[in-house]
Design a protein around this ligand. Sequence first.
Ligand code: F0G
Length: 487
Amino acid sequence: MSDTETIKVKFFSGEDLPLELHKVRIVQKLHLRPIDQRLKAMDSAGYNTFLLTTDNVFLDMLTDSGTNAMSDNQLAAMHQADDAYAGSQSFFRMESAIQEVFGTKFVLPVHQGRAAENIISQIFIKKGDVIPMNYHFTTTKAHMELNGGTIFEIYTDDALKIKSTVPFKGNIDIEKLKGIISKYGKEKVAFIRLEASTNLIGGQPFSIQNMREVRKIADEHSLMIVLDASLIGENAFFIKQREEEFKKKSIKDILLTMCNLVDIVYFSSRKVSSTRGGGICTNREDLYMKMRDLIPLYEGFLTYGGMSIREIEAMAVGIRETTDETIISQSPSFIAYLVNELDKIGIPVVTPAGALGCHLDAMGFLPHIPQSEYPAGALAAALYIISGIRGMERGTVSSVRDESGNDILADVELLRLAFPRRVFTLSQTKYAFDRLNWLYLNQDLVGGLKFVEEPAVLRFFNGRLAPTSNWPEKLVAKFKQDFGDSL
Ligand code: F0G
């Protein structure tokens, strides 16, 4: 088939099922521990799923970061690594893959996405600057604020609506963008940031139409656009599915169109190319020169940037594979299946299905838990206890406190169940559905959480919480009553 056709396999039965377009040749054994052991593990982890260890986790849906399945071609490429501190051929192979796929001439390697954010923020943000964007990502915001910037999220009215049919909830609201520029003056706008498949609002894409409008405003005010391309493949896939003008275009063309509309592209390779590492790319030599000298300071020499040379080889192949729809459609199609099945039985979930994971609305799932008791954190803990599935809290636990020490309540309280590319099967996805269904029917048994140990920065990573009552024990008792000796 030509690379401009959309991948769609219809079942004779009429069922709308995702289909694995790969075969599994290397597998890793999983452990589904008994529920008493899971309760103990959650307790030892301070009701924070980040602090669980994988030997107690059945389906690890914490993230797709660094956990996507690698391809045979990526593994094969790792064997040709040209180990060298400087001038490695592996770097030039990676650089040419990026030039081909993103269409950007200059490439700076970094050890992961947030390292790119550190360098971009240090170079382009001055104290008092503002940075308008569709939505923040946790590490992005932390780096920008560390450098004295203030972020403004100028999403459209639909972005935070849980149930929606709007295809591009990741779009920037153009009127709000104009408002920020006229209020602060273009000198104070460090740059405009666009995040592909906007992570924290449920993996929601923006359209090329919206990018073009943002570009027009940026040009009128001589402003730079920085694209966080960590989930660009999936955003391109949604553009192809949902934006009329691009229905017949190849993913490769769409990626080039997107990157051509911005000044700087940066990414976490842990997501985009199923490896480790990251990069900053641009066609503008002036911008490249401004950032270049920070690479040896924070990352490593310019031809490895803190990555292993083997990873760089795998990254080169992974970047090219981003143009392959059979690969980048996998995660969205499994997410869409789970989201649509949950939606059908009334479980509150972010729609339309997006990239990265299935996002459950914890405030709808557990309406009796106030935001001050962290409903998304409680849902993550409860789901782990009753299923061994590890999700990630994306709500107020992932937020911060204000100057008076009060929680800044998150706009949305989400539990993210990530679908790393080509990792989980349909029956595992059905297991997740089944346990969520049971949990929803037993929602009243789930109670809130409170912090018992709270780091000052990015508290969700290492913070420890405790249940506000003995609800976990009651939940376990009900599970045993309903499931007998089943795991
Ligand atoms: N930008 C976005 C949109 C991301 O999703 C991430 C990471 C980063 C930047 C930072 O990249 O982890 O390589 O330093 N997201 C991961 C996640 C952690 O689980 O969603 P990094």
